[in-house]
Ligand binder design. Structure first.
Ligand code: F6P
Length: 346
């Protein structure tokens, strides 16, 4: 078989581990793998690259993706779908493995309905893809954010400051919830559950009244800012312009929050935006193993002709779930997990 592989959307640690697993498993089946560069762009303006064992040697522990990625939406223009399907035929591919999050796999699901033999692999540091317990990349992002919170802790304590740490998470606060619990945050703000400024300041004041003169606030970039209970929260944007999938660029809520906390409580407050540091660099052992298991499973699905599905984690088993189901909604933070985190606030 001749199998095309693409990685789309924001990059994430573990992508190279998936590519390596796909190539190694395919070669054992006498199949050939073609890398389609820069996400869906690789079927829009093809510049394919042959991938064999030597191309994927030494990449398991390397961050990023050797075949590149982009936020190209092939279905945005009216002739997009025809062009992708035509290029798929011209490249004489028998199957496609699309590695991505909600946007990349949403497009894969639509192409499957148009007859494209496609299989998905779930990736995103945000962990917000429905149909899988975890995506790879998330564990690495949480580890990086937790290490950062640990470091911020000591400087916050030395200076008696409030420190606001902004982590990624556009629609879901998984990274904030996990790194906040692991790092012992005094307040965690996530997009799913609004907390207004009054509540945040009350928690910090309560902590200070117990003799703790520093606090750590962890906030997801997609959390909404509101001054008072009942007031409609607003998203803090870096850029209003939308990408091809209609997403604005978030960022800056930590700065707004830090200023407001300092103004309200009179405690010296600073902010840190972790940004793309959470997405770069070497994947954790957990993500390397998960990405490898997903890659092997997706290649097996291709060889069994089990298309229109995504490799997924259910408990500790790798299973196949329909792409239509995986992209039907987002997986948001379990309210029970947030309730647990709240026990440690303030
Ligand atoms: O989708 C994953 C994500 O990391 C989001 O949390 C974040 O908003 C976005 O990517 C940033 O994307 P970009 O790298 O395109 O600015």
């Amino acid at each position: 078989m001749k199998i095309g592989v693409l990685t789309g959307g924001g990059d994430c640690p573990g992508l190279n581990a998936v590519i390596r697993a796909i190539v190694r498993t395919s070669e054992a089946q006498n199949s050939r793998v073609i890398g389609l560069r820069n996400g869906w762009k690789g079927l829009w303006e093809p510049s394919p690259m042959d991938l064999d064992q030597k191309d994927v040697s030494g990449i398991l522990h390397v961050g990023g993706t050797i075949i590149g990625t982009s936020r190209t939406n092939p279905l945005k223009s009216p002739d997009g779908a025809d062009r992708v399907l035509k290029n798929f035929r011209l490249l004489r591919l028998d199957a496609l493995i699309a590695v991505g999050g909600e946007d990349t796999l949403g497009a894969a699901s639509r192409f499957y309905d148009m007859g494209l033999p496609v299989v998905g692999v779930p990736k995103t540091i945000d962990n917000d893809l429905y149909g899988t317990d975890f995506t790879f990349g998330f564990d690495t992002a949480v580890s990086i954010a937790t290490e950062a919170i640990d470091r911020i802790h000591t400087t916050a304590e030395s200076h008696n400051r409030v420190m606001v740490v902004e982590v990624m998470g556009r629609h879901a606060g998984w990274i904030a919830a996990y790194s906040g619990i692991a790092g012992g945050a005094d307040v965690i703000l996530i997009p799913e559950i609004p907390i207004d400024l009054d509540e945040v300041c009350d928690l910090i004041l309560r902590r200070h009244s117990r003799g703790k003169l520093f606090s750590i606030v962890v906030v997801a970039e997609g959390a909404q800012f509101s001054e008072k209970a009942g007031e409609e929260g607003k998203l803090i944007l870096q850029e209003r312009r939308q990408d091809e999938f209609g997403h604005v660029r978030l960022g800056g809520i930590s700065q707004v929050l830090a200023k407001a906390i300092e103004h309200r409580t009179k405690y010296e407050t600073r902010f840190v935006v972790l940004g793309h540091i959470q997405r770069g660099g070497t994947p954790t052992a957990h993500d390397r193993v998960l990405a490898t298991r997903f890659g092997v499973h997706a290649t097996e699905m291709v060889h069994q002709g089990d298309f229109g599905k995504m490799a997924a984690l259910a408990g500790n088993k790798i299973v196949s779930v329909p792409l239509s189901e995986a992209t039907s909604q987002l997986k948001t933070v379990d309210p029970k997990l947030y309730e647990l985190a709240k026990n440690f606030f303030g």
